[in-house]
Design a protein around this ligand. Structure first.
Ligand SMILES: [Ca+2]
Ligand SMILES: [Ca+2]
Length: 343
């Protein structure tokens, strides 16, 4: 599948999109000694968990080290994954119930600053796309990273914190993105472009000002021609930002042509698809280069694991122990399980 971003934006405007045939820039190998040393030094430097709350005090976040991402935890539950509205593609169906175990997910997409800590530790290779000056700040989401580079980052995070960080599974990603919403968007106003600009960074009029060829940009102005610093838009009901828009996000799963036979326990679907390979990995959420349709909660895309682009980043997840008071069959919480399963 061709990424929607590559299809939408003239090639001259794209900073760089790697093809499946291009020689992949292999992520720097993780020298065990270096990575371990980085983690040890951090621990010795007082790498202890800090906690914060959202402005309305409703959502709890934690961070294991000063340079690792803020996370929020969910006790898990059951939800309907896929396109319940009927406006999506066949690969967004069939709708199927999925049970999610307790886990935590990043409050934001991984930022350039957070990724740089891994580069400086010698455990990650440099991002393969350098943004324009306006998008180069440390709070902008990192882009230009392949799925392999995202995996190298979570491997470093695991060493750095001593915790089981990983990429989200696709089912976890959609669970966290929906935050109990069953419509196409968490703002539940349908596909209304003027509303989209209030909640997500999409292909808007500010992008068209920079790239006049993008006549299909939505009619509102969100103020960000390309990436926006993470958290520039309101969080969803469970306190997670930018799940829809800003940058697409790699998840763990292999691509399958639809959900027939998909796991129902929230684990990553890793078996080879009908093409006999696991060469393509899923990414979700749409990004700054896409209109509202691509930002739908059930929308999916996939790319070869070595691909990278200026619209593709990731966020991280963390496995949590199941609290005794929250069986897997518990209903989806109305709010995140603040304080459950202490990380
Ligand atoms: Ca925008
Ligand atoms: Ca995103």
């Amino acid at each position: 599948m061709t990424r929607l971003l590559t299809a939408l934006i003239p090639s001259a405007l794209l900073m760089l999109i790697a093809s499946a045939d291009a020689a992949p820039v292999a992520p720097a190998p993780v020298p065990a000694k270096t990575a371990a040393a980085a983690g040890d030094e951090a621990s010795a430097a007082g790498c202890s968990t800090t906690r914060t709350r959202s402005a309305d005090r409703r959502i709890s976040y934690f961070r294991h080290c000063p340079d690792t991402p803020e996370m929020t935890s969910f006790r898990g539950g059951r939800y309907a994954m896929g396109d319940a509205i009927g406006s999506g593609q066949p690969y967004e169906r069939p709708i199927h119930d999925v049970t999610i175990a307790p886990f935590a997910i990043g409050r934001y997409e991984i930022t350039r600053g957070e990724y740089q800590a891994c580069v400086e530790a010698g455990a990650c290779s440099e991002a393969q796309v350098q943004p324009a000056a306006g998008e180069a700040g440390a709070r902008h989401p990192v882009v230009g990273v392949s799925w392999h580079q995202a995996k190298a980052y979570v491997a470093w995070l695991k060493v750095r914190t001593g915790r089981p960080y990983r990429l989200p599974t696709e089912a976890e990603w959609e669970y966290a993105a929906r935050a109990s919403a069953t419509a196409n968007f968490t703002w539940n106003w349908g596909q209304v472009d003027t509303v989209t600009c209030q909640y997500a960074n999409a292909l808007d009029q500010s992008a068209r000002e920079r790239f006049p060829e993008l006549y299909w940009a939505i009619t509102c102005n969100d103020g960000f021609a390309q990436t926006a610093p993470v958290g520039s838009f309101p969080p969803n009901a469970w306190g997670v930002h930018d799940m829809q828009g800003n940058v697409w996000e790699w998840v763990e799963d292999c691509w399958h042509p639809d959900y027939t036979g998909a796991p129902t326990d929230g684990r990553a679907w890793l078996e080879p698809g009908s093409d006999g390979t696991c060469a393509k990995r899923v990414n979700r959420g749409g990004g700054w280069g896409n209109g509202s349709t691509s930002l739908r909660l059930s929308n999916r895309d996939a790319d070869p694991a070595s691909n990278y682009s200026d619209g593709l980043g990731f966020r991280v997840a963390l496995s949590l122990a199941r609290p005794k008071s929250a069986p897997a069959s518990a209903p989806t919480p109305a709010a995140p399980a603040a304080g459950t399963a202490a990380p």
